[in-house]
Structure formats: C-alpha cells, structure tokens
Write a protein that binds this ligand. Structure first.
Ligand code: AMP
Length: 399
C-alpha cells in the first residue's frame, strides 16, 4: 500500500511517497515556484535517480497533475490509483482536532474556521487538499495536525492570564506546534528505552529553524513552549520567542512602528538573526569559533533559554526518563548539545558522554546520568504516513 504525504506551502508542495508494507520512502521531492513565471518539480527515487522538470505551474492542481504525469513516466507509480491515500500536514487544528482525521466537507469547514489562527499556513494546506480532490476525487485524504499532539495540555497550562472572553470567543490560548515531530521522537524514545510510551516521561527538544520544547508525561504532552502561534518560547532562527509583551507597545510608540512591521520584526528579523545577523546555526558556530562575540552570545542566549525550559519542565513532569534532541540543530550540533547539558548534574543529574556526543550517537548520556540523553532524527513525513495508514486500515471495506 502506497501513501503520498503532502506539505503544502503558498508557492510550493513538498511530497514523499511511502510503501507502507515495507515502511520505506520510495520517492521524495518538491514542486516549487507555483504561480510564478517559472516553476519546477524535483524528486529523487530508486537508487538516487533524480528528476527535474521545469515548467510554468499555474496553481497547486496543475502542480499535482504534472507530478502524477512525471511519476507515471518514470515508473515510480503506474497511476495515482496505486496510491491508497494522501496524508496532509495541516498546521492548525484549533480545539477541533486532537488526532489525525479523515478529510470530508465538515473537516474542511473546521480547518477553514481555525484559519485566522494560522493565516499563513492553513489556507495553503487547504489548497493542497482541494488540489488532490480536483485531480483524483476518490483518493482517501487524511489531515495530520501540528497542534493535535498538544491537545492533552491541561487548561492551567494552555490558558493565558487574559480576559476570559478572548479564550471563549476568540480562541486565544496555547496550542503548541511541531506536535507531529514531538510525538514521533517520543515514540522512538520509548522504543529505545524499551518502555511503554504511556509510562514514559520525556522532555523533547525540537531545535531547527523553528524551535520548541515539549513536556511529555506518561506519553502525553502536558506543556509546550510555542503558544497561540509559533512565535512564543525558545529563541529561533528568526523568531524572538518569549519577550516582555510591553516591548511591542514601547517600539510602536517610540519608533512609530505599525502592527505589520512589528510582526515582521518579531517573526523574521529576530532570534539568532537579530542577535548576530544570521539564522543559520552552522554559520553562527563558524563565526563563534573564530572569535565573533555576537555569534558567541547568540549561542549563549539560545542555550540559556533552553536550559530554563528544561528546568521548568523537569519540575512539572517530576521524574524525567530522557531528554530528546531532534531537528536540524539538535541532531547535528554537538556544541549546542554540550552547552545545553553543561552544569546540569548537581541540579538535574544530567551528565553528557562527550565522546558519544561528538559521534552523534543515539545515546549521548554517561552511565552516571540520571536522565538519558537521546539524539533522535525526526521524520514528520513518515509519522504523517503512519497516521494516515492507521486511518486507512480502520476504514470499512478496505481493499
Ligand atoms: P531544520 O529547520 O530542522 O531543517 O534545521 C535548520 C537548522 O539546522 C539551521 O539553523 C541549520 O543551520 C541547522 N543545522 C543543520 N546542520 C547543522 C550542523 N551540522 N551544525 C549546526 N547546525 C546545523
């Protein structure tokens, strides 16, 4: 059984096809520059065979049609009918969705209803869903929400101390994001620890260009650092994370900045980029090594914020089994992992095995560490495929 996973953006669609019998990816690529004067589709399949096709791609449906043609021409698929289902990454499920969901008209309406909470993402995720319906209306489609895993967070952790009606009437609360990734690595960690996920207490750190941390108790998310939007929490590539909200009023009043400009500053010009001029952690590391003080400070601020969350989440979880590192930065940067774990032995019993850390082993804690330290590469697409497969198997009259 083959499953197509789509992650639709405003001018691009990332895709991957999985063979669910073997649980392997058989093809992955991207359709880019949709709606622009020149677009292209790129994918790899088989033993590193690579296909690139340049073409004007008027809209997402045209992109999907072109993809179908290319997959058939290159014998990746005999036809789209060979696909059993399509799993879509949908960023925001609001309070409607706490698990992956079979898409129908009612589900589409609900995704539209919560779109004001993710105006840059949900509408384009819906375009991807509608493009598939247009090209192949009989395909089963499943929505897998970034917010769903965090729907177990209790109200004292998800409500903000604002007038209550903003929650009840406008949906202002903590939702959390990166849920598919936190869930995936939590399950992988449970396997590694040889424990039932329902008995696992974990702190999962997803550190990429976007970054978030989740507190997972007995396999369920009980708190996370991102909030109503992905702006809250950790220092990120270009996002500021936690700040005093009064900074916004101060900047607006004193620099005459409007909401749009402030939104752009906090989301696109802050974080690592704001501190030292680049959001690429590899460059930050290079520059820090060669003595650049701002780059060094960017690393310090990044890791210090993470340490504060580890401390806070250790307290609310109680006994933590493992701290899990995932995402581009946490999977690849031994320096960042070392900085995060430094000086945490006396308080939390965290002790890094420096050699294992340099080798990027899966287990990087020393034998004396009271909390296991794990590096687990995330795979959100595979998780979406697995969740979609689970729904397909639960449907009556499956072929
Ligand atoms: P992601 O959003 O998960 O793709 O992660 C992107 C981030 O990972 C960027 O800040 C990259 O600079 C960072 N990254 C990727 N590879 C490395 C590496 N080898 N060392 C440090 N940071 C890395």
């Amino acid at each position: 059984m083959k499953i197509l996973v789509l992650n639709s953006g405003s001018s691009s669609i990332k895709f991957q096809i999985f063979d669910m019998q073997k649980i392997v990816s058989i093809c992955q690529g991207v359709i880019e520059q949709i709606g622009e004067s020149r677009g292209h589709i790129k994918f790899v399949y088989g033993k590193e065979k690579e296909i690139t096709k340049k073409s004007v791609i008027k809209d997402h449906s045209v992109g999907i049609e072109l993809l179908e043609e290319l997959l058939i021409d290159n014998k990746v698929l005999k036809s789209f009918d060979e696909l059993r289902a399509v799993g879509h990454r949908v960023v925001h499920g609001g309070e409607y969705f706490s698990k992956p969901t079979l898409i129908n008209d009612e589900v589409i309406k609900k995704i539209e209803k919560v779109s004001p909470l993710a105006p840059l993402h949900n509408p384009v995720n819906l375009i991807g869903i509608k493009a598939i319906s247009k090209v192949n209306p009989s395909l089963i489609q499943v929505a897998v929400f970034d917010t769903a895993f965090h729907q177990t967070i209790p109200n004292y952790a998800y409500e903000y101390a604002l007038p209550y009606e903003y929650y009840t009437q406008n949906g202002v609360r903590r939702y959390g994001f990166h849920g598919t990734s936190h869930h995936f690595v939590a399950k992988e960690a449970a396997k590694f620890l040889q424990k039932d996920i329902d008995k696992c207490n974990l702190i999962t750190l997803h550190l990429g260009n976007g970054a978030s941390v989740a507190a997972i108790k007995n396999g369920k998310s009980i708190d996370t650092s991102m909030g109503l939007t992905p702006l809250e929490g950790l220092v990120m590539g270009t996002r500021c994370g936690d700040i005093d909200p009064a900074i916004i009023f101060y900047l607006a009043r004193n620099l005459n900045l409007d909401i749009k400009e402030l939104d752009n500053i906090l989301n696109k010009k802050s974080g690592l980029k704001g501190i030292c001029g680049t959001n690429d952690m590899r460059e930050v590391e290079q520059r820090a090594k060669s003595g650049d003080k701002r780059a060094k400070l960017a690393q310090e601020i990044f890791c210090y914020r993470i340490k504060k969350y580890i401390g806070a989440y250790s307290v609310i979880i109680g006994k933590v089994d493992a701290l899990v590192f995932t995402g581009g930065i946490a999977e690849h940067s031994s320096i960042i992992r070392e900085k995060i774990c430094s000086d945490l032995y006396d308080t939390l019993g965290i002790k890094l095995n420096k050699e294992a850390n340099l080798r990027h082993d899966r287990l990087i804690s020393s034998n004396t560490s009271k909390i296991k330290l794990l590096v687990i590469p995330t795979n959100e697409e595979l998780e979406i495929a697995k969740q979609t497969y689970k729904i397909v198997l639960s449907l009556p009259n499956r072929v």
